[in-house]
Design a binder for this molecule. Structure first.
Ligand code: SAM
Length: 363
């Protein structure tokens, strides 16, 4: 069957075009050589040399028939007769690592589940059982169930907002679910930059692998410097790797450009970190509010400063949290020009995940 050979990032565009023109066959898209895909064509599609292919070549390949639509359809036949509730209804993929939570009934079928998932999802390299996050570093307890190529590392590269980032769910915290928060951070820093009329120094002392940073670094003239760090040395290794790539694209030198492995509460005692930041991110949701008094000295206590953080609180304490933030801000001698506390999502029946945003002003 004829296939149109296109770069993988143009697959959706050409699929759409071929479907609209009535040229698309029902067979599956093929993975061709490095970074190329083959779009299956009907006989009615234009000749190989037609200019409507815009210079893309046509190759002959065996058609790949559509496979099952769900991984459970790939389980061995006897298992498919079991009640559907046994099988996990959700999983999470970071890069080429798939993490799945298994209920007690599913454990005895762990290898069949993992193999069915590998068969269904060609971009997954390793399937792990996810027993949840543990400890202060919020890393996942993962057990490998199957690996496509025998490699067991859970270090992998993901893309977010168009930027590649190294992550390792068994070594450092990362959640793709917070990507809209990171977009929001960019927007808030952009408007704060306009307010101050100059580029900003941002501090992210609970940076993890650094997901807040690429959007900020990519924005021209937004940052003049950064102070970032994490207490987890393995997160700092990934952060170092990521920052080296992101900073290489930056045209101007940023100062300060500091990366530390340290307890955020200790930053206030280091003269190279105390009083340097114009904007402070506080992302340790279980403890953000208790740590905050030790973090505010990181801000340069002059004119206006921006504080943005995330916390898990009792829903009934939403109003009280705003009052607590004002008290903490005033405790530094600043005025709280604005304080917003916004519920992002429910966390349990009584607790919720919030974002807080404040503008502090020192006279
Ligand atoms: C919820 S994660 C946030 C990570 C990152 N900002 C993100 O959005 O993916 C909290 C991070 O704080 C780190 N951490 C925990 N306690 C810390 C402390 N006392 N000082 C600095 N970092 C800490 C953890 O290792 C973890 O990477």
């Amino acid at each position: 069957m004829r296939h149109l050979r296109v770069p993988s990032d143009q697959t959706q565009v050409w699929l759409h075009r071929c479907r609209q023109e009535g040229w698309l066959s029902k067979a599956s898209v093929l993975q061709l050589d490095e970074g190329m895909r083959g779009i299956p064509l009907l006989d009615e599609a234009p000749d190989d040399e037609d200019e409507r292919w815009q210079g893309h070549s046509i190759v002959q390949r065996e058609p790949k028939q559509q496979g099952p639509s769900h991984w459970t359809d790939r389980l061995p036949t006897p298992l498919r007769a079991l009640p559907h509730e046994i099988w996990p209804s959700a999983y999470e993929i970071q890069g080429d690592v798939l993490m799945v939570k298994l209920e007690a009934d599913a454990w005895e079928h762990q290898h069949a589940i993992a193999q069915a998932m590998l068969d269904q999802l060609p971009n997954v390299r390793i399937v792990c059982a996810d027993k949840g996050v543990t400890g202060d570093f919020r890393v996942r307890e993962l057990t490998t169930l199957a690996s496509r190529d025998g490699t067991l590392s859970t270090r992998t590269r993901i893309r977010e907002h168009g930027t590649a980032m190294w992550v390792d769910p068994s070594e450092a915290y990362f959640s793709a679910r917070l990507s809209t928060q990171r977009q929001d951070t960019l927007e808030r820093l952009q408007s704060f930059r306009q307010q101050l009329g100059r580029a900003l120094v941002v501090a992210d002392p609970y940076a993890g692998v650094g997901p807040a940073l690429p959007l900020l670094l990519a924005e021209p003239d937004l940052l003049s410097g950064y102070l970032v760090g994490d207490l987890n040395p393995k997160a700092v290794d990934l952060l170092t790797l990521n920052l080296a790539t992101w900073s290489a694209k930056h045209e101007t030198d940023l100062s300060p450009s500091l990366l530390v492995c340290d307890d955020a509460r200790a930053w206030q005692h280091d003269p190279s970190r105390r009083g340097f930041a114009d904007a402070l991110l506080v992302n340790l949701p279980h403890d953000s509010l208790t740590h905050l008094p030790a973090l505010l000295p990181i801000l340069n206590q002059a004119e206006q400063r921006l504080l943005r953080g995330w916390a898990i609180i009792e829903r009934a304490a939403l109003a009280q949290t705003k009052e607590d933030l004002i008290t903490m801000i005033e405790g530094t001698g600043a005025t709280a020009e604005s304080v917003e506390v916004e519920e992002i999502k429910g966390f349990s029946t009584t607790r919720c995940f919030i974002a807080f945003n404040a503008i502090l002003a020192w006279k």
